[in-house]
Design a protein around this ligand. Structure first.
Ligand SMILES: [Zn+2]
Length: 184
């Protein structure tokens, strides 16, 4: 649920990127923290739309495990899959490395810590029997959705498109078109 790195500066007194920030870094930092709290980012919405179109249902922005102080962007409680859309800046995407120049050390530590926390989250989930899907914000939504679907199919079996099997969504269902029962 981290937002993408801002690329559309709307206000003239806001920098577009930290590297060429004309402002005191404290302003940039304050700005970043404000953005970090946002949800429903464009990449998240795009992925949700794609996955929804494929017939899967999920919960949005909830903690998959009780006590886990980290929410996932798409949660499939029944299949026990947690999908995260990771912002390229915050989660240090290898394809879009960013190194803020102001307060460089502080940022380096901050970003490393975020990645560390991601891996801790992954471990906590997998050791509790969950599958974790991590999607980069730069990934094409349809391809990202395919990865979520593949994880789902691996756990729940292939989706059926038989309309007679469409059931209303409920708490325990991840899908609008449930698969042929696999015995659980
Ligand atoms: Zn990226």
């Amino acid at each position: 649920m981290c937002p993408p790195f801002p690329t559309t500066p709307a206000e003239p007194d806001r920098p577009a990127a930290p590297g060429r920030a004309p402002l005191p870094s404290s302003v940039v930092v304050r700005d970043r923290f404000r953005r970090q709290k946002t949800r429903d980012t464009a990449p998240e919405l795009a992925l949700r739309r794609e996955v929804h179109a494929q017939g899967l249902r999920y919960r949005v922005d909830v903690a998959p495990l009780p006590g886990l102080r980290r929410s996932a962007d798409l949660v499939f409680p029944r299949a026990r899959i947690a999908a995260f859309v990771d912002g390229c800046f915050w989660h240090s995407c290898p394809r879009h490395p960013t190194a803020p120049k102001a307060n460089a050390q502080w940022w380096q530590h901050k970003l490393e810590r975020t990645v560390q926390r991601d891996r801790e989250t992954d471990r906590a989930l997998t050791s509790a029997g969950w599958a974790v899907v991590r999607v980069w914000e730069h990934e094409a939504p349809d391809q990202a959705a395919q990865r979520v679907l593949a994880a789902w199919a691996a756990r729940r079996g292939p989706l059926t498109s038989d309309p007679s099997r469409v059931l209303p969504m409920d708490e325990n269902s991840d899908t609008a078109n449930p698969p042929v029962p696999a015995g659980d």
